[in-house]
Design a protein around this ligand. Structure first.
Ligand SMILES: Cc1cc2nc3c(=O)[nH]c(=O)nc-3n(C[C@H](O)[C@H](O)[C@H](O)COP(=O)(O)OP(=O)(O)OC[C@H]3O[C@@H](n4cnc5c(N)ncnc54)[C@H](O)[C@@H]3O)c2cc1C
Ligand code: SF4
Ligand code: SF4
Length: 346
């Protein structure tokens, strides 16, 4: 895979054409790059020729075969969902977690369990500071920190800058929750490990979300700010088609916005992105279309399989069969996303 470039090339290929997914992998560790009001900004030029910024960016070269062999020890499965172990429906049995979660709180339940068991010593998540409207990466060290990050923020949030923070602070058993683009970046980090930081070992648990697109946080937040006090938002829901709307649960009631008004704010990178289900994660979690309060849960590695089994045995997760018709629908949606990306790139 091509990794031998620096910031100039990252700027030319990703930042200037507007293809940055705001994953956050390149900010935090570099004095020349920063996240500013939702955008990745280059402050100056840099002479490093083999930069981590270029090597770890999910929007530069990505070879599914190489990454699949690194993560699964197997060739890449191109049938739509990638390499899968079990695919089930799930939700948290803890009622507080279930009510805070976007779907069934599966992700939060698994991160809480991993931290309580000592399987991880830190969790890299995405939260919102009440004094600031832009979601951002968080290094969560307590159950309370993890609960505070529950719920989807439908924007690119530069969350992986918090992974850099966790590495620099010396955490040795890091768990990360991310979007498919972020999972790709994390796997590239562990594979190349340009600064020899023992990343393959230290990034212990990689939990990926499903994702079809995300808004540019700058555009989305300024759109919302013109219409309401964004600090009043408790949760954002995007019901499945044919709803074509985004619903805001706020402290003063529900608001519905047509997706037609919001689509222009989708990040350009998302139209080039082929991965719907975080194909290279240990565990992937998405919504369960048609069953509110539940998730779709895919285990992909032994680490993922083992964590889910223990969470179920301990009564933290409720697991049900995922119907074949839903599985076919999920595969079709994933293949559509791949097709969309390949048409865009040709
Ligand atoms: C931008 C985006 C697009 C999505 N698109 C789809 C989709 O098309 N289809 C689908 O089935 N599911 C989609 N999801 C996933 C879905 O919204 C839920 O996150 C998922 O079902 C897990 O639910 P849960 O109840 O287990 O999550 P929770 O227990 O609520 O945990 C959510 C976790 O997501 C993390 N998170 C929140 N926002 C972000 C973010 N912006 N970037 C990175 N991490 C974040 C938090 O740290 C938290 O740990 C999307 C999520 C996001 C953020
Ligand atoms: S996609 Fe991530 S790594 Fe690439 S330029 Fe944007 S923030 Fe940096
Ligand atoms: S569609 Fe792809 S690039 Fe866009 S936020 Fe989702 S995973 Fe990242």
């Amino acid at each position: 895979m091509e990794i031998v470039h620096g910031l100039d090339e990252l700027s030319r290929r990703v930042l200037e054409p507007g293809l940055c997914a705001a994953c956050g992998a390149c900010v935090g560790g570099c004095p020349y790059l920063m996240a500013f009001r939702g955008k990745t900004v280059m402050l100056d030029r840099c002479a490093v020729e083999h930069g981590r910024c270029f090597a770890y960016c999910p929007m530069t070269a990505f070879d599914p075969e190489e990454v699949s062999s690194h993560v699964f020890g197997l060739p890449h499965q191109s049938g739509g969902l990638g390499f899968t172990g079990t695919i089930v429906a799930s939700r948290s049995k803890d009622l507080e977690i279930a009510s805070l979660g976007q779907g069934g709180g599966t992700v939060t339940a698994l991160m809480v369990k991993s931290l309580e068991d000592g399987f991880i010593d830190s969790a890299v998540l995405t939260g919102v500071n009440p004094k600031e409207s832009y979601p951002h990466g968080v290094v969560a060290l307590t159950v309370r920190d993890i609960l505070a990050c529950a719920g989807s923020k439908y924007v690119g949030a530069h969350s992986l800058s918090a992974l850099r923070e966790a590495i620099d602070r010396g955490f040795q058993r890091i768990g990360v929750v991310g979007l498919p683009c972020q999972i790709r970046s994390i796997r590239k980090m562990a594979m190349y490990d340009l600064k020899k930081e023992d990343l393959k070992k230290r990034i212990r648990l990689v939990l990926g979300l499903f994702c079809n697109w995300a808004f540019s946080s700058r555009d989305f937040i300024s759109f919302l700010s013109e219409r309401l006090n964004v600090n009043f938002i408790k949760k954002i829901h995007i019901p499945p088609p044919p709803a074509n709307s985004l619903e805001l649960e706020t402290e003063i009631g529900f608001r519905r916005i047509s997706l037609d008004d919001l689509r222009p704010m989708i990040q350009a990178s998302c139209w080039n992105c082929p991965d719907m289900t975080s194909e290279f994660a240990d565990i992937s979690v998405g919504m369960y279309e048609g069953k509110p309060g539940w998730n779709t849960l895919i285990t992909r590695t032994e680490i993922g399989q083992d964590l889910v089994r223990r969470a179920e045995e301990e009564g933290r997760l409720e697991i049900e069969i995922f119907p074949q018709a839903n599985l076919e629908h999920l595969k079709a949606a994933s293949l559509n996303k791949m097709k969309r990306a390949s048409e865009r790139q040709n």
